[in-house]
Design a protein around this ligand. Sequence first.
Ligand code: NAP
Ligand code: HSE
Length: 422
Amino acid sequence: MLGMGVVGSGVARALSQKSDSLANQIGANVCLKSVLVRDKTKQRSFEIGQNLFTDNFDEILERTDIDIVVEVMGGEHPALEFILAALESGKHVVTANKEVMAKHAPDIFAAARRKDVRVLFEASVAGGTPVVSPLMRDLVANEVVSIKAIINGTTNYILTRMSSEQIDYKTVLKDAQNLGYAEPDPTNDVEGIDAAYKLAILSTLGFRAQVKDSDVFCEGITSLSAKDFQYADELGYAIKLLAISSRINGEVQARVHPALIEKDQMLAKVDGVLNAIEIETDLTGRVLFHGPGAGSMPTSSAIVADIINIGRNVAGNAAYLDPVRLSESIKVQSISDLQTKYYFRLEAKDEPGVLAQIGSALALNKISISSFIQKGFDPEQGTAELVIMTHRATERSVQSALKDIKDLDVVARIGNMIRVSE
Ligand code: NAP
Ligand code: HSE
């Protein structure tokens, strides 16, 4: 096992506590033979024999009594090189590494194929909630039409509290850090990067062509304010950080951003640190996967399941079938081509003709207003807050309209623009 932090300690605990059950299911014992860490003297949350620790990856690579390498160290490098080297030396790999899988899946699959070994990565998306295996196996008869998901527990926790308690982002982030949900450096979670890695993996499996993290448009949650939640609620919406990908005329569109979602939709009701992934396909229609997206023991469930699956192959000497066949390439659409409804919150002077000017900027960009509300008046600034909902428009015209509106003398500030999930 490479790494013994939050996830690795859970895996070691599960392997130890369930050794009899695993032996029954696999038909052979599973033994933890060696654990790579940076600091061999550090205390771990689950104790194993001190002699199992090494800080030298080559020791693991050279051992012929190791069949499976479990990579739970995280980060792109050297995890990628270790995974490729393990496969090259004929060892099977189980990994929880979303960054490596989002960026390098085709190279990793090719290396596994060359050496006739397996690579499984259920834990890389949604922790303990199965979705990678179902996409590769149970839904394989389907064409995936779209994936819509909440796949970052930290941000879902923050948004849930901002919504229910009407408090601002910074206050909840501090609480989330104190509770251990958010990292001291929360960038990957709050800027949507973690969700983009996971969406890239799901999209690659769903559309059977590589969708890289850099193909995913990504916008985080830091610009959301308590007011957005109040107004969204009044309009019948929740706000969630959604990861959405869809196949449109043979092309893929993949995006992570905060979205208004109607309160009666299932994803709108997914609260706290939980994850949910809704997959729409041609044969099944919509399927929803819902459960814990992180944590030591839930994530160990996904990793140990992968170990059991590979273990059965190893013990039974069974040939293994390539789980994913990727086509050469698929065109990825720019976010500018997105067509959806939009929410705008603006601060503008409260005087005659203001609405006409804003309406005209929208009309010139071919954007039609579906509703308009004027909220509180700020006597110090002499401004009122305007909330505008649009009919369907393209992102290209919305960005152009927002530029025009920002340039109007009567507009003090554009508070926020949030896309609506249809
Ligand atoms: P973590 O707590 O930071 O643990 C990382 C472990 O890897 C540590 O034991 C560390 O050793 C070791 N390590 C890191 N770089 C190393 C290097 N260059 N050489 C040797 N050892 C190295 O991380 P984690 O939360 O367990 O996450 C592990 C992976 O699982 C990541 O890919 C993460 O995205 C994924 N994942 C995590 C969760 C979750 O709930 N945490 C859920 C799903 C997936 P030392 O202890 O000696 O520093
Ligand atoms: N940081 C991730 C989350 C957990 O908040 O969902 C690991 O995938």
